[in-house]
Ligand binder design. Sequence first.
Ligand code: GAL
Length: 819
Amino acid sequence: MTHRISLLLFTLLLPLLASLPSSARETLTFDCGWLFCLGDTSAMARPDYADTSWRQLNLPHDWAIEGDFSVDNPSGAGGGALPGGIGWYRKHFTVPASLGNDDRLFITFDGVYMNSSVYINGHLLGTRPYGYSSFQYDLTPYLRRGADNVIAVRVDNSDQPNSRWYSGCGIYRNVWLTTTAPLHIANWGVYVMPTTKNGRTWTVPVSVTLADDNHEGQHPMVRNTLFDSNGKIVAQIANGSTGQQMTVRNPRLWSPDAPNVYTLLTEIVIAGKTVDAVRTTTAFRTFRFDAKTGFWLNGKNMKLNGVCDHHDLGCLGAALDNDALRRQLVKLKDMGVNAIRCSHNPPAPELLNMADTMGFIVMDEAFDMWRRRKTKNDYARFFEKWHQRDLTDMLLRDRNHPSILIWSIGNEVLEQWSSASADALTLEQANLILNAGHDASALAHGKEFSPNALLTIHLADIVRSLDKSRPITAGCNEPSPDNHLFKSGALDIIGFNYHEQYIKDVPKNFPGKPFLMTESVSALQTRGYYRMPSDSDYVAPERWDKTYTNPTMMCSAYDNSHVPWGTTHEGTWDIVKHTPYCAGQFIWTGWDYIGEPTPYGYPARSSYFGIIDLAGFPKDAYYMYQSEWTAKPVLHLFPHWNWLPGQTVDLWCYYNNADEVELFVNGKSQGIRRKADSHQYHVMWRVAFEPGEITAVARQHGKEVRRQTIRTAGPATSIRLTCDYRGETTTFVNAEVTDEHGTLCPDARNHIYFTADNADIVGVDNGSPFSTERFKASDRLAFFGKCLVVVRVKDKTKPVVVHAQATDLQPTSLTIQTK
Ligand code: GAL
């Protein structure tokens, strides 16, 4: 059965391979038709292992997201409280007859979490401990022509905890199969980085690394052609050298607002025949970080309005889904985000491709720990042996991406201090202790480089040896200049995580050094939950080592709740905005993520930090940033209008492009509010609740420019389905519980059941950080009136229909035309 499937898949692949000249490169997806089994025996590597009863699936795949939440799962709530373990994947395939005798066949894994061992026909190709590295193996020497071949991959995520957030388990990114001629461009073997001195004439140096066992006497010619986005050739060069240089005049520049990219085609030509070709995205932009004036892009001073993000995709887990990833980025872009920090590890290559073409500046980060571990079984145990390889691979894979403007060699590594070990801590404590502070004895003394400073220099040297075009930083939560990392002098940008109160001392403590908030804020918010009085700050936990409990398991969605090392959203933005030498910030975090449910413990199992919740519903702070970071007209009045009679309610409003906002409760004015100055980000009214409606009217020069009305919802009667994001394959549908007039019932918790025509339901969520309902299900409780269903289309020529029903509510359906 299995065999038949693999043959079928292979037959689908065959025409593609067969149509190629035997010597040209072709890269094909290798995601379909894998077999999977949870469990472990060494025999599973053997080609003849009886795998016919294994589960059939397509990659990318994350087995943890399919599991049940449990306090007993070894990942802990900090790791998402989902299962770990050991799993095996196998794929059968036949070598195409068209593959020339000398041709090569490679397999590329974009990411396997973690500790993968890859076998072909029983032969071990290699192991890779780091779950975020991409890697390639040459299959050629072990292929069996005309017979069944078996790739077997062992994935070991059994030693837990090994991450401070949810990692996922399995081959969670794409896998590719590449055929090349014997003489070919090495993996990640093209490096192009345009530079300019005067902003008009650009030099485009290209270096090409050839791989071949034996090409003596072949005299390959290297031809580089640069195309603009319309496919027009803007430069070309061909000669026998692997180091070439082209010149381009007045190209269109790349920026987040105008992400103009170019494509470089690199060909290897022998006797007039192209034997290999690789395409690389590149772009033209100048940038610099200045110690006095912050960040400059293409001669324009601007802030990095960035967010940190982990890699999971909510209810889809870590399994890469292009549509889900793009949806995340679209929502961030819409909020005004122009920069992303891949915290705290190399991302999926697709994220970088999207950043290039959608326009996000990227800080690409290598590690969350070096030699000193943060959790018992984390990468620190592999660091000594693997850091050189993993860091090098990140640079080689990523350095062409025009979106990347900063390399980060680490996040809050414990080497900032002479001795600081989290070894004895639980995962939950490890997540909290990072910002607890250390005494002066743990800082660097004297002029000599400590081992930790030397390690910093060593890592920065690896980066510089592969790319000198971007500055290097690290996310540091020790603001003293005697931090061993700062002391090393190897960091080009001083990067603070939090510690806003030390920003004023930066010019004095770090003279001449550019400065960036590599991480900031860590506000805590549950969408839909409001704690009053809203002008009080709620700090949770009170101190990192104190347990925080609150029976609601929630945090206030007014911007009045944060961790002790963090601030409100407005708090940090105010400093960043008004501090010219601060290049910008990366807010913790853009989206909620699974794991690290600070300030709560289980059953909380995902973060409260996001500006957008795990299901994709924006929290209110989203609109504060939108009002500051975009020119879009914003008027966002909140919270809802369903309270107890007479209850005192704080109403906040974020707005822009207006001079004033007036609030009306059932037609009665509650007064006009104006932001006093550029330090004020919202206006507020404190009013007594009476059922009915509230309206905010924004005026500019006395003329109404916008208004927003919120009504008191009556009893729930209906479900409203709307398409939140329609992808190529995966589509996201929001379900809202409403009253008979279509007003959202802000406290509704109805249990909604979904079915779909022409689509599979692949996940459900409601944004609650403490729900222990399964993500892989077709029903969900509404959370503050809302939930989400994610569907994957079966037949793209037909529409998808999503149906929703719940006890006592009118059933409803939504038809979505496919793309
Ligand atoms: C930082 C850390 C992040 C996250 C955050 C939560 O210290 O870099 O990974 O743990 O705190 O506030």
